[in-house]
Design a protein around this ligand. Structure first.
Ligand code: UDP
Length: 398
């Protein structure tokens, strides 16, 4: 089977590497980097230290408005799908790269697999939420991390092609945790001791792009009676400069974004983490670090229900209290699988009908016949394409 995987942003490199390894043991993978994250500290460092081959194609599409960035990606990806003719297009998470790759794949013959499907914050003001919902609705195979995601999809009418695989970021952490302890000197370099500092990350537009919100978060972190380490995303750095908030960062060890192993080491050694990241909430749970989430809602609800994550929004007093109050941590349940999600996803891909993994079905003939063969995960794709064939006076249709 030929699988074309599309990545573009930091969390996608982390999600892709365990799956890429598992995939390449059985299938051909073509890795495409859209260029959504182009900063070396947000991109190149991951390919180097995670020991994954560099991308086969780099589209070089950097920052832009939501619409232009997504549109430019779609134009480039369409040409690439045309040239590579993959059996499956694989997308991760909730970025504009995810959405662009999904929208183009949905109108072609390739099956579309969404890894980390079914997550919902139910906050449509987040571009990520729009990307998740739309991608799920055109996917053929939806690999979800937990049962809740499956039932949330069912509530939207998506029941076909949903497979609970666990979370591929758990696979990544299992690989990285020991290596990070052995390879990272960052705690010593930053002059912080294990278990005594707060790690913070802030980069969601809702927190960085409004001056008073960013000021409230930085002010709360800066005034904490313990060391705070903040590897700052380029967007956050530029907003701090733009809003003139340098003075508010006085009590924070503001550093450049760090590589994955260094970050895992920092998170593992932290007393608590304050974050608005999606991935970091889960990673904190896997590494037994209590999490304070700088948002009003989360798509990783299970970590909150389990008592290891608390939602505080961006209000200074609430952030401070959550980071200094004594906490009692409950026993940890298993939430997102057993750290072998990559194998489960590869197995689910093999069940996709109409790909070379299933030689009993000729996808073209199947579509000509109205997609009537016995189908499971490929159901939506086949019926969608048979519909496209009827609407064939548009150049869009394959
Ligand atoms: N991360 C990293 N270095 C940093 C900050 C984060 O390697 O300085 C990793 C982190 O371990 C996680 C991923 O980046 O795997 C999360 O990315 P981000 O917070 O940008 O995206 P989100 O998860 O919110 O989509």
């Amino acid at each position: 089977m030929k699988v074309l995987s599309v990545v573009g942003a930091r969390p996608q490199f982390v999600k892709a590497f365990p799956l890429s390894r598992a995939l390449r043991r059985e299938h051909e993978e073509v890795l495409v980097h859209t260029g959504q994250h182009y900063d070396a500290g947000l991109s190149d460092v991951f390919f180097a230290e995670l020991d994954i081959p560099g991308p086969d194609h780099h589209l070089g599409i950097g920052s832009d408005t939501q619409g232009r960035q997504t549109g430019r990606m779609m134009i480039e990806l369409e040409a690439l799908y045309e040239a590579e003719t993959p059996d499956v297009v694989l997308v991760y998470g909730d970025t504009n790269s995810t959405l662009a790759a999904a929208m183009v794949a949905a109108k072609r013959e390739a099956a579309l697999c969404h890894v980390e499907a079914g997550l919902r914050s139910y906050n449509r003001a987040m571009p990520e939420e729009v990307n998740r919902v739309l991608t799920d609705h055109v996917s053929d195979l939806l690999c979800v991390p937990a049962e809740r995601a499956r039932s949330d999809l069912a509530a939207e009418g998506i029941t076909e092609g949903v497979v609970v695989t666990g979370d591929v970021m758990y696979d990544a952490i299992r690989w990285a945790r020991e290596r990070a302890v052995g390879s990272s000197d960052l705690l010593a370099d930053l002059d912080v001791e294990e278990g005594t500092y707060v790690l913070a990350t802030v980069h969601r537009a809702g927190n960085t792009d409004d001056r008073s919100t960013l000021k409230a978060i930085l002010g709360a972190l800066s005034a904490l009676p313990k060391p705070v380490v903040l590897p700052a995303h380029p967007r956050t750095v530029s907003r701090i400069e733009e809003f003139g908030l340098e003075d508010v960062t006085g009590g924070i060890r503001l550093v450049d974004p760090v590589g994955y192993l260094d970050f895992v080491r920092l998170l593992d050694g932290a007393e608590r983490v304050a974050t608005d990241s999606g991935g970091v909430q889960k990673e904190a749970f896997y590494l037994d670090t209590p999490c304070v989430t700088l948002r009003e809602e989360t798509e990783w609800v299970e970590t909150v229900d389990a008592g290891w994550n608390v939602l505080v929004g961006a209000e200074s007093a609430a952030i401070r209290a959550a980071l200094i109050d004594e906490i009692t941590l409950p026993a940890k349940p298993s939430l997102y699988g057993d750290g072998n999600a990559a194998e489960a996803i590869v197995a689910a891909l093999a069940g996709l009908k109409g790909t070379t993994a299933d030689p009993t079905v000729d996808p073209a003939a199947d579509r000509r016949n109205g997609g009537g063969s016995d189908r499971t995960a490929g159901d939506d794709r086949d019926s969608r394409n048979s519909h496209d064939d009827r609407d064939d006076d548009s150049d869009d249709n394959e």
